[in-house]
Design a protein around this ligand. Structure first.
Ligand code: UT7
Length: 329
């Protein structure tokens, strides 16, 4: 059956140059390289300079994705940007990126699903492309998460960081089978009963706890960890079952990079060979919505991901929001 598919035709990423190591953090808070490495797998992270905005990181990633896809910004008619750290309350950060890229046609908007943001944004863009109303999209995950971190709170500040990744999605005619290139399946979930396990303690409607700030990330880390392994695991099991696949059919697993121990536990649960897992958490830490496209782009550029490979991605974020996706590169 002939149908439209959204095919990823290029990827890009951008990391701010400033590297902060575990040893750097241990100079200002009560932590150690040993603890952070053993509990999370993180060794270092990138932190944007004051004055560098989420839109700056996003624009650089988008420009590289356009270049790699070999298309001009004037061909883009949709921008969907996932972020929990927008430049400002409004307009959306996607609008600023649209202007930075000199795009005056189509539409641009943000999606907010925290660490699941890229998965949500890809799904939204995929549906808009397959409906036939839009044809070429940039989907971006970009964060300056360092701006919503309390740098005195050792339970969160060692975990999160800044960065951006982007992909170009183009609608193409396909056969409607799993052999097609492009997005093949998406499984999105959320459950607001868990909103108090991972949240920011301030916002425009609730007000801010401290004068002049934007609120800080609060997390019941241990509980989030357990929910992450369970919920991501069952989402992937659903994805495989719905498509009559097993973990052996997956060429590359590109998970949200929150904690190496979560990646290991999920891979073990779904019986996926660990050599198929793309890992960047040791050098990027948790960049929220940016983590999947950052890891994806790295594996594409170093030649691991090749045309025709079947890719599995997943994420869990505040809310909770979570899910998984299958696409063929
Ligand atoms: O992307 C969104 C989703 N987020 C996640 O998936 C994060 C999920 N959670 C995690 O990754 C882990 O739970 C953490 C890395 C946050 C924490 O690891 P844990 O093994 O769950 O440790 P814990 O929270 O149970 O804390 C163990 C101990 C505590 O001390 P006591 O109470 O046992 O004396 C903490 O106070 O480690 C202490 N601790 C630290 N020690 C040194 C917490 N943070 C630090 C730190 N350095 N940075």
């Amino acid at each position: 059956m002939s149908m439209l598919r959204s095919v990823i035709t290029g990827s890009g990423s951008y990391l701010p140059p400033n590297i902060v190591t575990n040893a750097d953090l241990a100079k200002t808070i009560d932590t150690s390289d040993e603890w952070i490495t053993a509990r999370t797998g993180i060794k270092e992270r990138r932190i944007a300079d004051k004055g560098t905005l989420t839109s700056d990181l996003a624009t650089k990633a988008a420009q590289q994705a356009l270049e790699n896809a070999g298309i001009d910004a004037s061909e883009i008619d949709l921008i969907v940007l996932a972020t929990a750290t927008p430049n400002r309350v409004f307009p959306s950060t996607a609008i600023t990126v649209q202007a930075n890229l000199g795009i005056t046609q189509g539409c641009a908007f943000d999606v907010q699903a925290v660490c699941s943001g890229f998965l949500y944004a890809l799904t939204v863009a995929d549906n808009m492309l397959r409906a036939g109303n839009f044809h070429k999209a940039i989907v971006i995950g970009a964060e300056t998460f360092s701006r919503i971190i309390d740098w005195q709170d050792r339970t969160t500040c060692v975990l999160f960081a800044d960065g951006a990744g982007a992909v170009i999605l183009e609608s193409e005619q396909a056969t409607g089978t799993l052999a097609d290139r492009g997005i093949l399946y998406s499984h999105l979930r959320s459950d607001g009963r868990y909103e108090d396990m991972l949240y920011v303690d301030g916002g425009p409607s609730m007000g801010y706890p401290r004068k002049g700030d934007q609120g800080f990330v609060k997390m019941a880390g241990n509980d989030v960890f357990k929910h992450a392994v369970k919920k991501i695991g069952s989402s992937i099991e659903q994805a495989l079952k719905d498509n009559n696949l097993t973990a052996d059919d997956i060429d590359w697993f590109v998970p949200h990079q929150a904690n190496k121990r979560i990646l290991d536990a999920v891979a073990k649960r779904i019986k996926l060979d660990e050599s198929k897992v793309v890992i960047t958490v040791h050098k990027h830490a948790n960049t929220s919505a940016a983590s999947i496209p950052l890891a994806l782009h790295e594996a594409v550029m170093d030649g691991r991901i090749k045309k025709g490979d079947l890719i599995l991605i997943e994420a869990l974020g505040g809310g909770f929001t979570w899910g998984s996706m299958l696409f063929r590169w």
